[in-house]
Design a protein. Sequence first.
Length: 345
Amino acid sequence: MNKEERLHVVTLRIQGNKCNVIRQKFQRRFHKPGPTDKAIRELLRKFYATGSVLDAKRSGRPSTPDQSVELTRELFEEEPGMSLRRASDRLQIPRATIHKILKTTLRKKAYHIQVLHDLHEEDYPTRAAMCAELIDQIEQEGLMDHILFSDEATFHTCGKVNRHNCRIWATEKPQEFVTWERDSPKLNVWLGMTKSQVYGPYFFNEKTVTGIVYLDMLQQFLEPQLIQDGIIHDVVFQQDGAPCHYANIVKDYLNDRFPNRWIGRGGNRPWAPRSPDLTPLDFFAWGFIKSKVYQNKINDLVVLKARIRQAVAAITPRMLENVFRETVTRFELCRDTDGAHVETH
């Protein structure tokens, strides 16, 4: 935090505001996540002890503590698409230090591919209103404990995948950025994700996912698992506005199986169009899976399918907790910036 941000935090704390309130006000003013409870307490202690919010000047050449290296290594192994800014906020380590650790100590490079959906003028208020409503549901109904995010992606054997808003920190450049073969074999993959569970991957046999094909997946693959896990009557199902999701037979099924508990185009709780930056499948899962799948060249669909399964299995419960926390942050940032794209780098 810079001097202005630190003074703002200390002032709010002296005025008697609780840490969670300070974070909310900090985020609204500076448009970035607020400090942790520990950071707030440490800043206040420093102010009472020295009368200043600034760090004391250090003598000698600055060093990088081993603890910072290990914390950075652990974070980027779990979330290779994490931005430096968010890593700094999460670990309370200066951004420049994290960058130095990644580049010099861990020998990683940033491989960046970012595709932003073009927002129409009417999308901004729609996205902001949706996020405001979602945040209300999170605070009042505990939405994040019940929601199941879902999405589809197409993986090619040559390395192309149709969904990726990510910068991947890795020691080697993933294979997919090297070659591209026209009309290479591909797999259409569905994945679902709750705060504690990953559903899938499900591989569609058909080359094109129609409403009938999508409905069959919901009925034959997803629903039995939700029943087995005992959440079929509580889960809130989310999907985007892809054509197969909007088919009448799909909407009829969702209305019957998840009455008033599904989010998507054509439902009582619509999902804003052109908003992949707000779903954990798009801003995290597909990029993470891609970084694992394409580390080495793939020659056929059998290997591709096995790699995808292995990559999905590598998503840990801790990753899910982190990515759901990040999702809430993105909702808040989108609301506070009037529906603008959430920064992905």
